[in-house]
Design a protein around this ligand. Structure first.
Ligand SMILES: Cc1cc2nc3c(=O)[nH]c(=O)nc-3n(C[C@H](O)[C@H](O)[C@H](O)COP(=O)(O)O)c2cc1C
Length: 332
């Protein structure tokens, strides 16, 4: 799965699965900034994949590799069938979601509620891994309400390790399943990086990717002293250009750093093609706001891409964006 140009594994820097955000368009855009990062799809439930329009969920652009498909489910046979689809479609990894706290998914035994069922998760993992030869990984929390002790976390991870799991993504806070919304569950329970770090000591043969509250490359460099990789969610989406130096700083690449203007120019033919195939400009423009943060004119660019794009011809909006991006202070 590693790309040829670096000896370091792609999971050293991952972009988190985010429903409605990390669709194929955002992933393509992000890939324009970093060739090495490992990208994750939004969570797709086994039900959607087995009974819905599978090609719609699974299609992606070849340039998105290395790419992991995240699944939500708790039926081992269904998860195995979906893992097979992931492999057949050329995904580089399949990941099981044991971190999502939403009520909707809890009712279907999907996501963080599965932390209360370590044996079932281990069975799910085993069924998936037996079905495919690509890596199967687990993304989980450090606990849930009522199951917050380190011993319970050890038991959870330990059972999956016994079943053969070697790579875990640890969102380093618990999920509170009763009383908090998914959004609150990404901020209110405190981050406990020390708990995630303890896992690296207790399972030295496994690979642990740290997730939660990582906002800058400096944060990444710090955490990479303890963890095998980092996974960034909201900051990758809201401040996308921050990550234009990931390949150089975290993977040792000596390729030139792309400018904001070039990153924007590169997405234009992709948008054109999408529109030719029947899509809309807005499907993609909504994902580009993270290119414009923290310089004079950035607010106007975000407004152009989120408001004006619905009222004016796209060509005119894009020309204005380009004019702002060509001003001298944007890449500083
Ligand atoms: C809009 C949104 C959607 C998300 N959807 C998923 C998802 O589909 N699967 C998942 O495992 N986590 C999902 N998450 C959680 C993120 O993957 C990540 O664990 C969380 O945001 C913490 O990382 P961060 O602090 O870097 O954002 C979502 C987060 C956001 C903000």
């Amino acid at each position: 799965m590693n790309s040829q140009s670096s000896a370091l594994p792609n999971y050293r820097f991952c972009v988190a699965p985010m429903l409605d955000w990390t669709d194929r368009h955002f992933r393509y855009f992000f890939r324009g900034l970093s060739k090495q990062s490992l990208l994750y799809t939004e969570m797709i439930t086994t039900g959607a994949l087995l009974h819905g329009d599978a090609p719609r969920y699974l299609a992606y652009h070849e340039l998105e590799h290395p790419l992991a498909l995240q699944l939500g489910g708790s039926n081992p046979d269904e998860l195995a069938a979906c893992a097979k689809k992931a492999e057949a479609w050329g995904y580089d990894e399949v990941n099981l979601n044991v971190g999502c706290p939403s009520d909707r998914v809890q009712n279907n035994m999907i996501g963080a509620c599965l932390m209360a069922h370590p044996t079932l998760v281990a069975d799910c993992f085993k069924a998936m891994q037996d079905a495919v030869s690509i890596p199967v990984t687990i993304k989980h929390r450090i606990g849930i309400d009522g199951r917050e002790s380190y011993d319970e976390l050890l038991d959870f991870v330990g059972q999956s390790v016994q079943a053969g799991c070697k790579r875990f993504i640890v969102h380093a806070r618990i999920a509170i399943l009763k009383g908090l919304s998914p959004k609150q569950n990404r901020d209110i329970p405190p981050l406990k990086y020390d708990v995630a770090a303890q896992l690296t000591k207790d399972f030295p043969d496994c690979t642990f990717i740290l997730n939660g509250g990582i906002n800058t490359l400096l944060d990444c460099e710090h955490h990479l002293q303890t963890f095998d990789g980092v996974m960034v969610g909201r900051a990758a989406y809201h401040n996308t250009y921050e990550w234009a130096t990931v390949d150089q700083r975290l993977f040792g690449s000596d390729t030139p750093i792309i400018s904001r203007e070039q990153a924007f120019l590169n997405i234009l033919p992709y948008i054109e093609q999408h529109v030719k195939e029947g899509g809309t400009v807005q499907h993609i423009s909504r994902h580009l706001l993270g290119l414009a943060q923290g310089f004079s004119g950035s607010r106007r660019i975000r407004q152009l891409l989120s408001v004006d794009i619905h009222k004016q011809p796209a060509r005119e909006v894009f020309d204005q964006v380009l004019t702002y991006l060509q001003s001298s202070d944007v890449n500083g």
